[in-house]
Ligand binder design. Structure first.
Ligand code: AHM
Ligand code: MG
Length: 320
């Protein structure tokens, strides 16, 4: 089944289907650019800039954002907000749905041919003015997903009726359904965290990871393996496929005291996909989808994946 037919079957809102199709067209274009030889010049480190929030912006971050905007302009989207721009864009129509995106997640992996991706989230404006519409909680999402530009170009998507995996058939220029109703295995023995930041972790994270590392002879009585790609989309893809737990907690660095990842266009869309696949996504205390959003670029701790492990982490966290 291709994406168009899937949306016909699963999505109750025509406008959402149309926006998703525009995002898929944008992703096909981004994927082509990433695979083109010209990209090698585009990604040269000398071209990097710093965005409004002090993050490194590479030329491909900016061109991905522009490509998404050009496709969304032709869709029924009412507004757009992304990691690459401080404020939102108003498409100046009276339509209902707004789009959040991280146009190119995993920027630090752009130069080294490691999977990167585009994350998106779609919500109703709920009759709010756009500034307010863009700070609604994640529980208002109607659809979310992410594209991965890796060995294959894939799409994990939910329209609120399960999580499904598509892969791009490059000859046809279409996304084809690979797996429907994905269920993240409840148990796992694989964790993903950037262990270089150990010295900044809180006690719960330190204890959780050290118990995993103690393996069979420790309190968990089983051996764990560690994987960390450093692109959220790639680490998440693995977890949807074979289970695992991903942790980017808040830490003691001033800039990351509320975590590093962004709530509206990274944590929320991933959390919606995770919940639709029987997993859990938390900031340690609360489910990600219940977190209050105060500003568009708000950061949040993000711990998600196999239910048993995320609940184990939460248990330690509640004792802090
Ligand atoms: P980005 O959106 O600027 O690429 O940053 C988000 C990325 C995630 O993909 C990844 O999980 C994380 O940053 C890695 O951070 P770190 O380099 O601190 O390990
Ligand atoms: Mg990102």
């Amino acid at each position: 089944m291709d994406l168009d037919n899937y949306l016909l079957k699963k999505s109750t809102e025509e406008e959402i289907s149309s926006i998703v199709k525009s995002l898929a067209d944008a992703a096909i274009k981004i994927s082509t650019i990433i695979r083109s030889v010209k990209t090698q010049e585009d990604v040269s480190k000398t071209d990097t800039k710093i965005n409004f929030d002090g993050d490194i912006q590479k030329p491909l971050d900016i061109s991905s954002d522009e490509i998404i905007i050009s496709f969304l302009k032709k869709s029924p989207a009412a507004g757009y907000a992304s990691e690459e721009q401080e404020g939102h864009i108003d498409f100046k129509n009276n339509n209902d749905f707004i789009v959040f995106a991280d146009p190119l997640d995993g920027s630090s992996n752009i130069d080294v041919n490691v999977s990167i991706g585009t994350i998106f989230s779609i919500m109703s404006k709920n009759n709010l003015p756009l500034e307010k519409a863009f700070i609604q909680n994640g529980s208002n999402q109607k659809s979310s997903g992410f594209f991965v530009y890796g060995p294959q170009t894939t799409l994990l998507i939910t329209v609120g009726a399960g999580t499904s995996l598509f892969a791009l058939d490059e000859l046809q220029g279409k996304f084809i359904l690979i797996r429907d109703n994905i269920v993240i295995p409840e148990t796992t023995n694989e964790f993903a965290i950037n262990a270089a930041y150990k010295r900044y972790w809180d006690c719960a994270t330190l204890k959780y990871i050290s118990e995993c590392q103690d393996g069979e002879s420790g309190p968990r009585k089983k051996n764990f393996g560690m994987r960390w790609v450093g692109s959220l989309v790639a680490d998440a893809s693995r977890i949807f496929n074979r289970g695992g737990i991903f942790l980017y907690p808040a830490d003691m660095r001033e800039k990351y005291k509320n975590g590093r990842l962004r709530l509206t266009y990274e944590a929320n869309p991933i959390a919606f996909l995770v919940e639709q696949a029987n997993g859990v996504a938390t900031d340690g205390h609360k489910n990600i989808l219940n977190l209050e959003v105060n500003e568009l670029h708000q950061r949040s701790p993000l711990i998600f994946g196999s239910k048993e492990e995320v609940l184990e982490y939460k248990k330690l966290y509640s004792k802090l």
